[in-house]
Design a protein around this ligand. Structure first.
Ligand code: SF4
Length: 366
């Protein structure tokens, strides 16, 4: 897999001398660099182009995070949320999956990396030491793919080394990429979970065509397993097709043929869901995609989802398949109601605090 190469790098004047900036420029030499006072002008230029989402992904903006790096996951109204916290290290992603909710999500469509990592460490240290009895599950994969820019930024490796020093938190790096070389040979102290998003092979080929294949992702996961990392797997978004069950069954089989269940912190399942505005973006940007031809209806959070009986059927069957390989591995649903949990899994955590506690317990002990 080739690493992201922007057409141009734009950087704010005030961050020119930061070590991460120097590292990025060394890691991708030969790319034109523009030093600017204010990125608004270039953002406005991109917004005037016919396809700002595609154009924006071609430009890498290096900037200072002026607000907080750390946020709570917004969750979804009246659905069970897992109590996740978000570390906002970067925005946008070059892998350009057809269903990606980030398309059209940002007012700034550029690829953005926050390079003032020392401020991030200060903010996190303060938080984790101020509340030593609280446990934090933190992830960087909500507004970007956690590792797709790893060869440029080394963010993942920096975070792993940082979190190794704290007992009351874990960092989850969620990815479809295979850029794990910088994560091997690190003292991670079991404070990192490296997670891969998985899908059926046919969906991966058609809807995630710029990402590594499922075999490549699982090979990377196996290498991380050998380094003692805990692993996570996210079948999300599951996409309903005529032969969905065969496709997902084959990937679960592959997963358990290379990964030892004991090393799996969790597996999540989530069905395709997206805000209505994404429908026309997918049709325009990915005309070959089949996903918008499914039958959807708006849920209570306004997002379009499959009908409840379809989601229940998919989750129930997937749990059955996973249980043929492991009775113990923790499987949870992402953003589903208490009713869907009960009908698909036969039980429900009942509330967000319980789900959050169950997930924490999977990774609290070193
Ligand atoms: S890998 Fe994730 S963040 Fe990147 S385009 Fe695909 S869905 Fe979006």
């Amino acid at each position: 897999m080739k690493c992201y190469q922007p057409r141009k790098i734009v950087l704010e004047q005030s961050i020119q001398s930061l070590p991460m900036v120097r590292g990025i420029l060394e890691n991708i030499p030969g790319i034109p660099v523009a030093v600017i006072d204010d990125p608004h002008q270039i953002v406005n230029e991109i917004l005037q182009t016919p396809d700002p989402i595609t154009e924006g992904k071609r430009i890498l903006l290096l900037a200072r995070q002026k607000g907080h790096f750390f946020k709570s996951c917004p969750g979804t109204q009246r659905h069970l949320c897992c109590g996740y916290k978000i570390l906002n290290t970067a925005n946008n992603c070059d892998l350009d999956c057809t269903y990606c909710i980030l398309q059209g999500y940002f007012t700034n469509p550029l690829m953005l990396v926050y390079v003032n990592i020392d401020d991030l460490f200060r903010e996190l240290h303060q938080l984790l030491t101020q509340h030593p009895r609280r446990f934090y599950r933190i992830g960087t994969g909500e507004l970007t793919d956690s590792l797709t820019l790893e060869p440029l930024t080394g963010y993942g490796a920096h975070l792993i080394k940082f979190f190794a020093r704290y007992d009351n938190a874990i960092i989850e790096l969620k990815t479809k990429s295979v850029f794990i070389d910088s994560l091997l040979d690190l003292q991670h102290n079991q404070r990192t979970v490296i997670s891969w998003s998985l899908n059926s092979e046919s969906i991966s080929r058609t809807e995630e065509s710029l990402s590594p294949t499922i075999d490549e992702r699982l090979h990377a996961a196996r290498r991380c397993q050998a380094e003692g990392y805990r692993l996570g797997f996210h079948f999300d978004p599951m996409i309903y097709t005529d032969n969905w069950e065969t496709g997902y069954r084959a990937v679960v089989e592959k997963l358990f043929s290379v990964i030892v269940p004991d090393r799996i912190a969790w597996i999540s399942l989530g069905a395709l869901r997206y805000p209505p505005y994404l429908d026309s973006i997918i049709r325009q940007r990915h005309p070959a995609s089949k996903i918008v031809t499914g039958e959807f209806f708006p849920g209570i959070d306004g997002k379009l989802r499959y009908f409840k009986h379809i989601r229940i059927e998919m989750f129930k069957k997937m749990l059955e398949i996973i249980r043929t390989y492991s009775e113990e591995v923790f499987v949870y649903l992402c953003m589903e109601s208490d009713e869907v949990w009960r009908r698909a899994f036969g039980w429900s955590p009942g509330n967000m605090a319980t789900l959050s506690r169950l997930l924490d317990q999977r990774v609290m002990d070193v």
